[in-house]
Write a protein that binds this ligand. Structure first.
Ligand code: ASP
Ligand code: MG
Length: 405
């Protein structure tokens, strides 16, 4: 007998038939003698629909009210699930985030979990009730309803598993697990059996579609092994766990790509102290996140500074830099949104050398020009022209021996 936390996403509870399927799956695990806590998302499309309604009234709805609004999606799915389980003869009870004791800070629409007082869940478990928890939501210390950011039910599940010291945390989703590359563009990609928390965090662009990144940070902090698996079959998925010695043997675990960035260059900037601050501070003040930054020197005490921003913020960032350029006497502001970032990720990089040169020679062999490079301890990323993304991912996947046989 074990204490199992399961999470089902929106597509898994998208209509009454699917809810019934999930209920049967929950019941099977319960019948094996396990204690069950199940975290649900809203039925697919619900959260977007609710946000759309508010958006029709105003472009800037109050965030506190948005959270009151969008948490109703989960209230619907959990009650329908309990009604289904009860109709099958099971003892089940739905609880909202605040009833589950999920205490967050007050950053509406992107709150962080501070603590979980799982007393109510434990009481229900003690009487062998299946507990169905609303994902994505909590409440701040005033009791106001908060949400954890889009995709936040994953984080709810991991946090509940950590608070209960659950034996298993299973995230059921509409894919089989985490892949070595996006299977949509790399047909030879294969499912990983295991991946470390750090690799998963570095693979954000690949992994984020499957797990909210914050849930991985949470899992790492509280050492919760997370099993990502399909809700439509019984296959084992991918275990997201602490790194072990075996993982280092594999140099590269995955190849990811991200087409969601654009780059901005300020050329012929006078090279003097404070210049990077003058260029990047207004971007930070506009709450635009910068990913890569490169500065190179030119003759005549001049420099070029290039950085990348998320594509949706590109125009705003360009506007800001045109003003900055005038102020600091830069010659030109050049923007380019037809770029992509390809990355190779693997904890094995710590103990193997030559990974970067292999990546560069692989891209060179395909005649792909590298525009920017950045690295971390377990990742190397190159910015290239967007039109070469698929080619680059496939070539790197082959070069690092990841192709499924
Ligand atoms: N329903 C929320 C969303 O769509 C939370 C989740 O699905 O995890 O973002
Ligand atoms: Mg999700």
């Amino acid at each position: 007998m074990a204490l199992i936390v399961q999470k089902f996403g929106g597509t898994s509870v998208g209509d009454l038939d699917k809810i019934r399927n999930v209920a049967e799956r929950i019941a099977r695990t319960y019948d094996q003698g396990n204690d069950m806590v199940v975290v649900l998302s809203a039925m697919s499309g619900e959260t977007d629909k609710l946000l759309g309604l508010a958006g029709k009234i105003t472009g800037f709805p109050d965030k506190r009210e948005i959270d009151v609004l969008i948490t109703t999606g989960e209230q619907v799915s959990i009650s329908l699930m309990v009604i289904t389980l009860q109709s099958m003869g099971y003892k089940a009870c739905s609880i909202l985030g605040h009833q589950a004791g999920i205490l967050t800070d007050s950053s509406f629409t992107r709150a962080r979990i501070l603590d979980i007082k799982a007393t109510r869940i434990k009481e229900l478990l003690a009487e062998k009730t299946i507990v169905i928890v609303a994902g994505f939501q909590g409440a701040d210390k005033k009791g106001d309803i908060t949400t954890l950011g889009r995709g936040g039910s994953d984080t709810s599940a991991v946090a509940v598993a950590a608070a209960l010291k659950a034996d298993k945390c299973e995230i059921f989703t509409d894919v089989d697990g985490i892949y070595t590359a996006d299977p949509n563009i790399c047909s030879k990609a294969s499912k990983l059996d295991r991946i470390s928390y750090d690799e998963m965090l570095e693979m954000a662009s690949l992994g984020a579609k499957v797990l909210q990144i914050r849930s991985v940070e949470f899992a790492k902090k509280y050492n919760v092994p997370v099993h990502v698996r399909s809700s439509f079959n019984e296959e084992e998925g991918t275990m997201v766990v602490y790194e072990d010695a075996n993982m280092e043997k594999v140099v590269v675990s995955g190849v990811t790509h991200n087409k969601n960035e654009a780059r901005i260059t300020l050329s012929k900037v006078p090279d003097r102290p404070g210049i990077a601050k003058q260029i990047l501070e207004p971007i930070a003040n506009a709450r635009i996140g910068v990913d890569m930054i490169i500065q190179n020197t030119r003759a005549g005490n001049m420099t070029d500074l290039t950085f990348t921003v998320p594509k949706p913020d590109f125009e705003a960032a360009l506007e800001i830099e045109r003003k900055v350029a005038e102020k600091i006497g830069a010659e030109e502001v050049i923007g380019d949104s037809n770029i992509a970032k390809v990355s190779v990720v693997g904890v094995g990089m710590r103990s193997h050398s030559g990974v970067a040169s292999k990546m560069f020679s692989t891209l060179a062999a395909e005649n792909i020009n590298i525009l920017m490079i950045s690295t971390s301890e377990i990742r190397i990323s190159c910015v290239i022209e967007e039109k070469y993304t698929e080619l680059a991912v496939r070539a790197l996947h082959t070069a690092f021996g990841l192709d499924a046989s």
